[in-house]
Design a protein around this ligand. Structure first.
Ligand code: PRP
Ligand code: MN
Ligand code: MG
Length: 175
């Protein structure tokens, strides 16, 4: 069995849409600094491309989480593998993700990060699969709503591969 990748969103489409979303963020954060938090590993490519287009002062931090087994996953519990380096108190926080799927990862993260008393906290995602949602998550900025297909590229992986593709593709299995 091998995989073939079909292009869903081209590099040009993705880059143009990131610029549009960055323009909105730049307006919304007028007079503010944006403290961007990348959720590793998937969020890293989008974070870089978005941050390059933000014209407000930007600071960056990184967090790594992993889901427990399926049992605890359904209760929305994720384990912090690497916590943020810096406190959030008083900061305008923008969480940057590659995709919101069931919503479990982000509903948990939002809950614990809100507890650290940021001045504000918003969520920006490259992709959203609304039909897969199990846990409600308020998405403030979304580049693309996509159908329920297995996507890779721009940070998204299939068995850790394909994160480096500069476009969003759908994995198609073939013999
Ligand atoms: C993926 C993706 C999101 C999360 C979305 O990360 O990058 O972080 O799952 O799923 P959810 O909405 O159902 O919680 P993954 O756990 O695969 O780690 P990775 O970012 O290192 O690939
Ligand atoms: Mn992830
Ligand atoms: Mg993954």
């Amino acid at each position: 069995m091998s995989e073939k990748i079909r292009v869903l969103l081209s590099e040009a489409e993705v880059d143009a849409r990131i610029q549009e979303v960055a323009d909105v963020i730049n307006k919304d954060y007028e007079g503010k600094e944006v403290h961007m938090i990348c959720v590793l590993k998937g969020g890293v490519f989008f974070m870089c491309e978005l941050a390059k287009r933000i014209t407000r002062p930007v600071t960056l931090d990184f967090m790594s989480v992993s889901s427990y087994g399926d049992d605890t996953k359904s209760s929305g519990v994720v384990k912090i593998v690497k916590d943020l380096d810096q406190p959030l108190e008083g900061r305008d926080v923008l969480i940057v993700e590659d995709i919101i799927d069931s919503g479990r990862t982000l509903s948990y993260l939002l809950r614990i990060l809100k507890g650290r008393h940021p001045a504000s906290i918003k969520l920006c995602t490259l992709l959203d699969k609304p039909e897969r949602r199990v846990t409600d998550v308020e998405v403030d900025y979304c580049c693309f709503n996509i159908p329920d297909e297995f996507v890779v590229g721009y940070g998204l992986d299939y068995a850790q591969k394909y994160r480096n593709l500069p476009y969003i593709g759908v994995v198609e299995l073939e013999d």
